[in-house]
Design a protein around this ligand. Structure first.
Ligand code: SF4
Length: 396
């Protein structure tokens, strides 16, 4: 069933810490935490617009919920109880720090029907945590994750890439260590330099260099692939591009993009398409004019903005022409290939085959389940798209 969060932001409330990158007030676009009179209308407004059927959680985001005074926590949680009793809301989600979890805290959350706990972990590298002012260690994260899971809660892990002291290998190691925690979901945020933070000062002083968009996308792509391989959904990549974040002078540096997650998905499709073409050429036929087949709902991820992804795939493989045919199909994330634009005989590389083939040179024919498949012609929904190698023009 579709999942829906009703977000209730409680910026910086109860947080005695000062992580170098954090300006919660800007991220959550609010000056103060909402009071009781504001929270109920937020819930009612969302409930009025959510399309059913849906599993709905009231989600207290923004601060470190379990660092708030227990009586305030109870006050917030109590407000949601009538909705849970009426069956309008199925649970409560909170976000907090890994070092603000213990048995007593979990007992209170359990009593009020909290179902999901998202931990702002950011990194599982102790040096990165230290340089970012996070205070706790990776071992503490493992301990609190264990408590959350054995307490019967759903566990979410929030990670950041591009923190001080961070690099590609450390991010990938963090992803591997996160997989071992077996969370139910992950979010990945590239570090942004926000005005007024300690990180901004470091950046101004030349002590911190922010990731570029071109650097952040491949890191997140490879982390995403690790999570996908382990069957762990990544439910968000990149900060929500709210009005406050888009205001001039808010983001001083860093890989900010309003559709960051889409860019990462496009990068995954690019890699998968390149592998599919190489395997096709290796095992079935060579050809400088190929036709890619794809679920119509994945088309934008394959094409990229102004077909930049497709052009890049075409150029990196030295193809003269690349057609795309879309199919209406239940399965997502597969790429079919043929050199017949009519779309009859196809080689198909699914996402799981792609994920389980570590690299194309180690991918022998018997190592993957790619099939030479007939995609039935009644699934055909679109005309071929021709991308000119020279101009990138599209002809349908
Ligand atoms: S713990 Fe969270 S809210 Fe507190 S300073 Fe760090 S990032 Fe900001």
């Amino acid at each position: 069933m579709r999942h829906c969060n009703i977000p209730i932001f409680i910026p910086h409330l109860g947080c005695p810490y000062d992580c170098i990158y954090c300006d919660q007030k800007k991220i959550s676009a609010q000056i103060k935490a909402p009071d009781d009179q504001e929270i109920l209308p937020i819930i009612d407004q969302h409930l009025a617009t959510i399309v059913r059927p849906a599993e709905i959680e009231a989600a207290f985001f923004g601060g470190s919920f379990t660092a708030i005074r227990p009586d305030l926590q109870e006050n917030y949680l109590r407000l949601v109880q009538p909705y849970i009793k009426q069956g309008l809301i199925q649970g409560i989600r909170i976000s907090t720090r890994p070092d603000c979890i213990d048995d007593q805290v979990l007992e209170l959350l359990h009593r009020y029907g909290v179902t999901t706990i998202e931990l702002g972990v950011q990194s599982l590298d102790n040096e990165v945590l230290r340089q970012s002012g996070r205070i706790y260690t990776a071992e503490e994260v493992e301990r609190s994750s264990g408590l959350i899971k054995s307490g019967g809660f759903q566990l979410g892990i929030q990670l950041m890439v591009g923190l001080p002291g961070d690099n590609y290998d450390r991010d990938l190691a963090t992803a591997r260590r996160t997989v071992a925690l077996a969370p139910q979901m992950v979010r990945i945020y590239p570090t942004l330099v926000l005005a007024g933070t300690k990180l901004e000062q470091m950046w101004q002083d030349g002590k911190y260099q922010a990731l570029t968009l071109e650097e952040a996308v491949p890191v997140c792509r490879d982390m995403l692939l690790q999570f996908a391989k382990a069957g762990i959904p990544v439910i968000r990549m990149g900060l929500y591009p709210g009005e406050e974040l888009r205001k001039e002078g808010t983001v001083m540096a860093g890989p900010f993009h309003p559709s960051f997650g889409e860019l990462v998905e496009q990068a995954v499709f690019r890699e998968q398409a390149i592998m599919a073409v190489r395997l096709y050429q290796q095992h079935f036929a060579h050809g400088e004019h190929l036709t890619l087949c794809i679920n119509e709902r994945d088309l934008s991820k394959l094409l990229g903005k102004k077909r930049s992804n497709l052009i890049s795939i075409q150029h990196s493989l030295g193809l003269q022409g690349l057609n795309v045919i879309t199919f209406r199909h239940e399965e997502r994330d597969w790429i079919g290939i043929g050199n017949d634009p009519a779309g009859v005989d196809k080689f198909v590389l699914t996402r799981s085959e792609f994920l389980n083939s570590p690299n194309e040179t180690s991918c022998r024919r018997q190592d993957f389940q790619a099939q030479k498949t007939n995609l039935s012609s009644d699934l055909y929904t679109g005309g071929p798209v021709f991308v000119s190698k020279e101009t990138g023009d599209k002809r349908i």
